[in-house]
Design a protein around this ligand. Sequence first.
Ligand SMILES: *Cc1c(COP(=O)(O)O)cnc(C)c1O
Length: 414
Amino acid sequence: MNPLHRMDGRLFLEEVSLEELARVYGTPLYVYSQAALTEAFDSYERALAGLPHLICYAVKANGNLAILQHFARLGAGFDIVSGGELARVLRAGGQAAKIVFSGVGKTEAEMRAALDAGIRCFNIESESELSRLNRVAKEMGRIALVSIRVNPDVDPKTHPYISTGLKQNKFGIPIGRAQPLYRQAASMDGIEIVGVDCHIGSQLTDLAPIADAIDRVLDLVGKLSSIGIRLKHIDIGGGLGIRYRDETPPDMTDFRSILISRFRGRSEEVIVEPGRSLVGNAGLLLTRIEYVKRGDTKNFIVVDAAMNDLMRPSLYDAFHDIVPVCQSGEPDLPCDVVGPVCETGDFIGLNRAIRAREGELLAVLSAGAYGMSMSSNYNSRPRSAEVLVNKNKIHLIRERETIEGLMAGERLVY
Ligand SMILES: *Cc1c(COP(=O)(O)O)cnc(C)c1O
């Protein structure tokens, strides 16, 4: 199913015209398809059908309240990495009992908030964090439910910035050191062990490293069981890739085969933590061409979206397909699509074949994940609005920021 399609040469998302959205809400504008969110979630449900499971959406991919609310309605749990994300999930109607809390730097205040809410599990990333959580839980007269995030040391073969499961990464406990830590956890009054987890990286297009990681984790689960530590869940993390250009994303049927062959007949609940693959291809960034600077060998298309709106091209050299909203003829020279920010690294796409006309609209595709959530106010640019479409219905799910709003917390000294 592709919710993005053309009618008479004009782009629509579901039944809504992108030209119309730009006219009403302005640009740059993030636009998401509710049908695509649902379909992505259902594909995980199908992959896990028949196994006890919980799909915990990784909030950092896109934390808009309406998106969280939609996933909560579909039955999702949530993978959070901060107190801010905890507050968002609760505000959006997510159940605390379905929240897992990841991240290497949980503060005491974040631990307290999560214990107060009664989350399902803290994913522990270090010895020190475990001791701190034990102390905080005891002070509060609570028991903290934990899983230990192990680092299985497999190479996910993805971009170095988004690979997390190698020895040299800051995440998790080396799998070889996990057993003593589990023993220690088992002896702590404020701690109850409920699971194990791993997350080896992001934008994984090959399933072999995931299968490898699961096997290593299951090996550990067996060893723990033999010393009397039994787990309620096994969390295999997120990270399945999506198609941005010509990648072949993992096939969900193959993913299912891997899960079934490893987990059928086991009693532990399987948790997955997908982010990108639930929202990435459900969203696009709509932008208007301000200027076309013509050169001898290449043109620059200056658009009203910039690296502050979509950081992935500048940060990871990531590719996003860019298509005209109205088809209007053949491209002439190759184009760099750039923003107005004063940085050479401010580009959305390089060397593209796009017919460039000032005033026309472009859609930057696959921008639903790590787009709005990584946006900033660099160059004092108010962040974009966000719209969710459902068939012919349009929901404004975030207002465009105002310049007044940007300065609201600042104070003059004279
Ligand atoms: C970022 C992250 C995820 C989600 O990764 P995706 O590549 O977006 O699926 C899941 N779990 C943890 C611990 C993460 O840090």
